[in-house]
Design a protein around this ligand. Structure first.
Ligand code: GDP
Length: 324
Protein backbone atom coordinates (compact mmCIF):
# COMPACT_ATOMS: atom_id res chain seq x y z
CA UNK A 1 0.00 0.00 0.00
CA UNK A 2 1.16 3.52 -0.74
CA UNK A 3 2.41 5.36 2.31
CA UNK A 4 -0.20 8.10 1.81
CA UNK A 5 -3.07 5.61 1.56
CA UNK A 6 -1.79 3.79 4.62
CA UNK A 7 -1.57 7.09 6.51
CA UNK A 8 -5.16 7.92 5.56
CA UNK A 9 -6.66 4.58 6.56
CA UNK A 10 -4.65 4.63 9.77
CA UNK A 11 -5.97 8.09 10.61
CA UNK A 12 -9.49 6.87 9.99
CA UNK A 13 -8.89 4.45 12.86
CA UNK A 14 -8.52 1.23 10.88
CA UNK A 15 -6.81 -1.30 13.18
CA UNK A 16 -5.35 -3.43 10.39
CA UNK A 17 -3.68 -0.36 8.92
CA UNK A 18 -2.28 0.50 12.34
CA UNK A 19 -0.86 -3.01 12.67
CA UNK A 20 0.69 -2.76 9.20
CA UNK A 21 2.14 0.64 9.97
CA UNK A 22 3.76 -0.68 13.15
CA UNK A 23 5.20 -3.61 11.22
CA UNK A 24 6.71 -1.06 8.86
CA UNK A 25 8.38 0.94 11.65
CA UNK A 26 9.71 -2.31 13.14
CA UNK A 27 11.35 -3.40 9.92
CA UNK A 28 15.12 -3.23 9.69
CA UNK A 29 15.13 -2.88 5.87
CA UNK A 30 16.49 0.41 4.56
CA UNK A 31 13.62 0.91 2.06
CA UNK A 32 11.07 0.18 4.80
CA UNK A 33 12.84 2.69 7.04
CA UNK A 34 12.44 5.39 4.41
CA UNK A 35 8.73 4.56 4.04
CA UNK A 36 8.31 4.53 7.83
CA UNK A 37 9.79 8.01 8.12
CA UNK A 38 7.48 9.17 5.34
CA UNK A 39 4.51 7.64 7.07
CA UNK A 40 5.33 9.20 10.44
CA UNK A 41 5.71 12.55 8.75
CA UNK A 42 2.38 12.29 6.97
CA UNK A 43 0.32 11.13 9.96
CA UNK A 44 1.50 14.20 11.90
CA UNK A 45 1.11 14.71 15.63
CA UNK A 46 -2.14 16.63 16.04
CA UNK A 47 -3.89 14.01 18.11
CA UNK A 48 -2.60 13.25 21.58
CA UNK A 49 -3.38 10.25 23.71
CA UNK A 50 -2.74 9.86 27.41
CA UNK A 51 0.41 7.77 27.46
CA UNK A 52 0.61 5.61 30.55
CA UNK A 53 3.76 3.64 31.37
CA UNK A 54 3.21 0.54 33.49
CA UNK A 55 6.07 -1.30 35.11
CA UNK A 56 6.18 -4.34 37.36
CA UNK A 57 8.04 -7.57 37.83
CA UNK A 58 6.67 -10.76 36.28
CA UNK A 59 3.78 -12.17 38.29
CA UNK A 60 2.75 -8.89 39.90
CA UNK A 61 -0.38 -8.82 37.76
CA UNK A 62 0.37 -6.52 34.83
CA UNK A 63 -1.65 -8.43 32.27
CA UNK A 64 -4.53 -8.89 34.70
CA UNK A 65 -4.40 -5.16 35.45
CA UNK A 66 -4.28 -4.17 31.79
CA UNK A 67 -7.17 -6.50 31.02
CA UNK A 68 -9.38 -5.07 33.82
CA UNK A 69 -8.28 -1.48 33.47
CA UNK A 70 -8.46 -1.59 29.67
CA UNK A 71 -11.97 -3.07 29.72
CA UNK A 72 -13.07 -0.41 32.21
CA UNK A 73 -11.84 2.29 29.83
CA UNK A 74 -13.33 0.75 26.68
CA UNK A 75 -16.56 0.40 28.72
CA UNK A 76 -16.51 4.20 28.92
CA UNK A 77 -16.14 4.37 25.14
CA UNK A 78 -12.42 5.14 25.22
CA UNK A 79 -10.07 3.56 22.69
CA UNK A 80 -7.12 1.81 24.31
CA UNK A 81 -3.83 0.67 22.77
CA UNK A 82 -1.37 -1.59 24.59
CA UNK A 83 2.31 -1.72 23.65
CA UNK A 84 5.33 -3.27 25.33
CA UNK A 85 8.91 -2.20 25.80
CA UNK A 86 11.24 -5.05 26.52
CA UNK A 87 14.20 -6.73 25.08
CA UNK A 88 12.76 -10.20 24.43
CA UNK A 89 15.79 -11.71 26.14
CA UNK A 90 14.33 -10.38 29.38
CA UNK A 91 11.70 -13.08 29.25
CA UNK A 92 12.53 -16.72 29.05
CA UNK A 93 9.32 -17.69 27.34
CA UNK A 94 9.77 -15.53 24.26
CA UNK A 95 8.27 -12.15 23.71
CA UNK A 96 6.13 -10.34 26.22
CA UNK A 97 2.43 -10.26 25.34
CA UNK A 98 3.14 -13.05 22.89
CA UNK A 99 1.12 -15.41 25.00
CA UNK A 100 -2.39 -15.58 23.56
CA UNK A 101 -3.99 -16.12 26.95
CA UNK A 102 -2.91 -12.69 28.17
CA UNK A 103 -5.63 -10.05 28.03
CA UNK A 104 -8.00 -12.40 26.31
CA UNK A 105 -11.13 -10.30 26.59
CA UNK A 106 -9.44 -6.99 25.89
CA UNK A 107 -7.81 -8.40 22.76
CA UNK A 108 -11.29 -9.15 21.39
CA UNK A 109 -12.62 -5.69 22.21
CA UNK A 110 -13.08 -3.58 19.05
CA UNK A 111 -12.06 -0.47 20.99
CA UNK A 112 -8.72 -2.03 21.98
CA UNK A 113 -5.51 -2.63 20.10
CA UNK A 114 -2.85 -4.91 21.58
CA UNK A 115 0.56 -5.18 20.03
CA UNK A 116 3.00 -7.87 21.11
CA UNK A 117 6.57 -6.81 21.64
CA UNK A 118 8.91 -7.22 18.66
CA UNK A 119 11.46 -9.99 18.67
CA UNK A 120 14.34 -7.52 18.57
CA UNK A 121 16.57 -8.03 21.58
CA UNK A 122 18.26 -4.67 21.68
CA UNK A 123 16.70 -2.11 24.00
CA UNK A 124 17.65 0.87 21.86
CA UNK A 125 15.87 -0.63 18.86
CA UNK A 126 12.83 -1.55 20.90
CA UNK A 127 12.66 1.96 22.32
CA UNK A 128 12.63 3.55 18.88
CA UNK A 129 10.01 1.17 17.59
CA UNK A 130 7.81 1.72 20.64
CA UNK A 131 8.14 5.47 20.38
CA UNK A 132 7.06 5.35 16.77
CA UNK A 133 4.29 2.89 17.53
CA UNK A 134 2.97 5.28 20.21
CA UNK A 135 2.88 8.07 17.62
CA UNK A 136 1.00 5.82 15.21
CA UNK A 137 -1.55 4.83 17.89
CA UNK A 138 -2.14 8.51 18.65
CA UNK A 139 -2.62 9.28 14.98
CA UNK A 140 -5.10 6.39 14.79
CA UNK A 141 -7.18 8.17 17.44
CA UNK A 142 -6.49 6.06 20.53
CA UNK A 143 -7.34 7.91 23.72
CA UNK A 144 -5.08 5.95 26.03
CA UNK A 145 -1.82 4.21 25.14
CA UNK A 146 -0.56 1.80 27.80
CA UNK A 147 3.14 1.04 27.55
CA UNK A 148 4.01 -2.03 29.55
CA UNK A 149 7.44 -3.04 30.76
CA UNK A 150 8.82 -5.79 32.93
CA UNK A 151 10.71 -4.25 35.83
CA UNK A 152 14.17 -5.21 34.75
CA UNK A 153 17.25 -3.19 33.96
CA UNK A 154 16.88 0.00 32.06
CA UNK A 155 13.52 -0.55 30.46
CA UNK A 156 11.75 1.65 33.02
CA UNK A 157 13.97 4.57 32.12
CA UNK A 158 13.04 4.09 28.49
CA UNK A 159 9.33 3.93 29.32
CA UNK A 160 9.54 7.00 31.55
CA UNK A 161 10.88 8.91 28.53
CA UNK A 162 7.92 7.73 26.46
CA UNK A 163 4.96 8.32 28.73
CA UNK A 164 3.01 11.12 30.39
CA UNK A 165 2.29 9.13 33.54
CA UNK A 166 4.35 6.35 35.03
CA UNK A 167 2.72 3.65 37.15
CA UNK A 168 4.53 1.11 39.24
CA UNK A 169 2.63 -2.06 40.01
CA UNK A 170 3.74 -3.91 43.15
CA UNK A 171 2.68 -7.00 45.02
CA UNK A 172 1.86 -7.08 48.73
CA UNK A 173 5.03 -7.66 50.73
CA UNK A 174 5.27 -10.73 52.92
CA UNK A 175 7.03 -9.13 55.86
CA UNK A 176 7.11 -5.60 57.19
CA UNK A 177 10.04 -4.48 55.09
CA UNK A 178 9.65 -2.60 51.84
CA UNK A 179 10.37 -4.70 48.80
CA UNK A 180 13.67 -4.15 47.09
CA UNK A 181 12.35 -1.47 44.79
CA UNK A 182 15.16 0.72 43.62
CA UNK A 183 14.92 4.30 44.72
CA UNK A 184 15.41 5.50 41.14
CA UNK A 185 12.33 3.60 40.02
CA UNK A 186 10.29 4.93 42.92
CA UNK A 187 11.31 8.44 41.96
CA UNK A 188 9.96 7.89 38.47
CA UNK A 189 6.54 6.74 39.67
CA UNK A 190 3.51 9.01 39.62
CA UNK A 191 1.31 6.33 41.10
CA UNK A 192 2.28 3.18 42.98
CA UNK A 193 -0.44 0.56 42.82
CA UNK A 194 -0.17 -2.31 45.27
CA UNK A 195 -2.07 -5.06 43.49
CA UNK A 196 -3.82 -8.17 44.82
CA UNK A 197 -5.58 -6.27 47.59
CA UNK A 198 -8.21 -8.99 47.91
CA UNK A 199 -8.94 -12.12 49.94
CA UNK A 200 -6.06 -13.30 52.12
CA UNK A 201 -3.72 -10.72 50.67
CA UNK A 202 -5.85 -7.70 51.43
CA UNK A 203 -4.32 -6.90 54.84
CA UNK A 204 -0.78 -7.30 53.53
CA UNK A 205 -1.59 -5.08 50.55
CA UNK A 206 -3.01 -2.37 52.77
CA UNK A 207 0.10 -2.49 54.97
CA UNK A 208 2.47 -2.47 51.99
CA UNK A 209 0.57 0.45 50.53
CA UNK A 210 0.94 2.43 53.77
CA UNK A 211 4.69 1.66 53.77
CA UNK A 212 5.08 2.98 50.25
CA UNK A 213 2.97 6.02 50.95
CA UNK A 214 5.39 6.75 53.79
CA UNK A 215 8.42 6.19 51.59
CA UNK A 216 6.97 8.47 48.89
CA UNK A 217 6.47 11.27 51.39
CA UNK A 218 10.20 11.17 52.10
CA UNK A 219 11.05 11.85 48.46
CA UNK A 220 11.68 15.40 47.40
CA UNK A 221 8.58 16.99 45.91
CA UNK A 222 8.89 17.31 42.12
CA UNK A 223 7.76 20.51 40.42
CA UNK A 224 5.52 18.52 38.08
CA UNK A 225 3.44 17.19 40.96
CA UNK A 226 0.45 18.73 42.70
CA UNK A 227 0.07 18.27 46.45
CA UNK A 228 -0.36 14.61 47.38
CA UNK A 229 1.53 13.11 44.42
CA UNK A 230 3.11 10.67 43.86
CA UNK A 231 0.53 8.48 45.51
CA UNK A 232 0.33 4.86 46.64
CA UNK A 233 -2.96 2.99 46.40
CA UNK A 234 -4.12 -0.58 46.93
CA UNK A 235 -6.01 -2.21 44.07
CA UNK A 236 -7.22 -5.60 42.98
CA UNK A 237 -6.88 -6.13 39.26
CA UNK A 238 -8.62 -9.47 39.61
CA UNK A 239 -11.68 -8.04 41.36
CA UNK A 240 -11.44 -4.67 39.56
CA UNK A 241 -11.30 -3.02 42.96
CA UNK A 242 -9.85 0.49 43.15
CA UNK A 243 -9.34 0.78 39.40
CA UNK A 244 -11.91 3.55 38.94
CA UNK A 245 -10.29 5.57 41.73
CA UNK A 246 -6.83 4.98 40.23
CA UNK A 247 -8.14 6.21 36.85
CA UNK A 248 -9.65 9.29 38.48
CA UNK A 249 -6.26 10.05 40.09
CA UNK A 250 -4.46 9.63 36.76
CA UNK A 251 -6.87 12.01 35.07
CA UNK A 252 -6.61 14.55 37.87
CA UNK A 253 -2.82 14.46 37.64
CA UNK A 254 -2.87 14.74 33.84
CA UNK A 255 -5.32 17.67 33.97
CA UNK A 256 -3.23 19.49 36.56
CA UNK A 257 -0.05 19.04 34.54
CA UNK A 258 -1.79 20.25 31.40
CA UNK A 259 -3.08 23.34 33.17
CA UNK A 260 0.35 24.10 34.64
CA UNK A 261 2.23 23.62 31.36
CA UNK A 262 4.19 20.60 32.69
CA UNK A 263 2.56 18.30 30.17
CA UNK A 264 3.82 20.15 27.11
CA UNK A 265 7.19 20.79 28.75
CA UNK A 266 7.66 17.08 29.40
CA UNK A 267 6.76 16.11 25.86
CA UNK A 268 9.16 18.72 24.49
CA UNK A 269 11.95 17.47 26.74
CA UNK A 270 11.21 13.91 25.65
CA UNK A 271 11.35 14.88 21.98
CA UNK A 272 14.72 16.52 22.56
CA UNK A 273 15.95 13.45 24.47
CA UNK A 274 15.02 11.10 21.63
CA UNK A 275 16.53 13.38 19.02
CA UNK A 276 19.83 13.35 20.90
CA UNK A 277 19.60 9.58 21.41
CA UNK A 278 19.11 9.07 17.69
CA UNK A 279 22.14 11.22 16.94
CA UNK A 280 24.19 9.22 19.46
CA UNK A 281 23.04 5.97 17.93
CA UNK A 282 23.87 7.28 14.47
CA UNK A 283 27.36 8.30 15.54
CA UNK A 284 27.97 4.91 17.13
CA UNK A 285 26.79 3.27 13.93
CA UNK A 286 29.29 5.37 11.95
CA UNK A 287 32.06 4.19 14.26
CA UNK A 288 31.00 0.59 13.74
CA UNK A 289 31.53 0.79 9.98
CA UNK A 290 34.49 1.41 7.67
CA UNK A 291 36.38 3.59 7.29
CA UNK A 292 35.79 4.93 10.83
CA UNK A 293 36.10 1.48 12.38
CA UNK A 294 39.53 0.94 10.83
CA UNK A 295 40.73 4.37 11.94
CA UNK A 296 39.39 3.75 15.44
CA UNK A 297 41.30 0.51 15.53
CA UNK A 298 44.60 1.84 14.22
CA UNK A 299 44.48 4.92 16.43
CA UNK A 300 43.71 2.57 19.31
CA UNK A 301 46.89 0.65 18.45
CA UNK A 302 48.86 3.90 18.54
CA UNK A 303 47.41 4.76 21.94
CA UNK A 304 48.07 1.25 23.26
CA UNK A 305 51.67 1.43 22.06
CA UNK A 306 52.13 4.75 23.79
CA UNK A 307 52.65 6.69 20.54
CA UNK A 308 49.67 8.93 21.10
CA UNK A 309 47.71 10.03 24.14
CA UNK A 310 44.07 8.92 24.35
CA UNK A 311 42.94 12.55 24.18
CA UNK A 312 45.02 13.46 21.15
CA UNK A 313 43.97 10.33 19.28
CA UNK A 314 40.30 10.92 20.10
CA UNK A 315 40.55 14.54 18.93
CA UNK A 316 42.10 13.36 15.66
CA UNK A 317 39.37 10.82 15.05
CA UNK A 318 36.57 13.26 15.90
CA UNK A 319 38.21 15.79 13.60
CA UNK A 320 38.16 13.27 10.75
CA UNK A 321 34.48 12.45 11.43
CA UNK A 322 33.64 16.13 11.45
CA UNK A 323 35.02 16.52 7.94
CA UNK A 324 33.21 13.54 6.46
P1 GDP B 1 2.23 -10.34 35.01
O1 GDP B 1 3.30 -11.37 34.83
O2 GDP B 1 2.72 -9.16 35.74
O3 GDP B 1 1.56 -9.98 33.72
O4 GDP B 1 1.13 -10.99 35.97
P2 GDP B 1 -0.26 -11.71 35.63
O5 GDP B 1 -1.30 -10.71 35.29
O6 GDP B 1 -0.03 -12.80 34.64
O7 GDP B 1 -0.65 -12.31 37.05
C1 GDP B 1 0.17 -13.23 37.75
C2 GDP B 1 -0.70 -14.01 38.71
O8 GDP B 1 -1.23 -13.15 39.70
C3 GDP B 1 -1.88 -14.70 38.04
O9 GDP B 1 -2.08 -15.96 38.64
C4 GDP B 1 -3.04 -13.76 38.37
O10 GDP B 1 -4.27 -14.43 38.41
C5 GDP B 1 -2.65 -13.25 39.72
N1 GDP B 1 -3.23 -11.92 39.96
C6 GDP B 1 -3.15 -10.83 39.16
N2 GDP B 1 -3.84 -9.79 39.68
C7 GDP B 1 -4.35 -10.24 40.85
C8 GDP B 1 -5.17 -9.63 41.87
O11 GDP B 1 -5.58 -8.47 41.82
N3 GDP B 1 -5.47 -10.43 42.95
C9 GDP B 1 -5.04 -11.71 43.08
N4 GDP B 1 -5.41 -12.37 44.16
N5 GDP B 1 -4.31 -12.30 42.13
C10 GDP B 1 -3.95 -11.58 41.03
Amino acid sequence: METMTLAQSLKSGDRRSLARAITLVESGRADHRAQALDLLQSVGNEKQALRIGLSGTPGVGKSTFIESFGLMLTGQGLRVAVLAVDPSSARSGGSILGDKTRMEQLSRDPLAFIRPSPSQAQLGGVARRTREAVALCEAAGYDVVLIETVGVGQSETVVAELCDLFILLLAPAGGDELQGVKRGIMEMADLILVNKADGDLKAAATRTCADYAGALRLLRRRPQDPQGFPKAMAVSALETEGLAVAWAEMQALADWRKAQGHWTARRSAQARHWFEEEVRRGLLAVLAHEPARGILHSLGDEVAAGHATPEAAATRLLGLLGKS
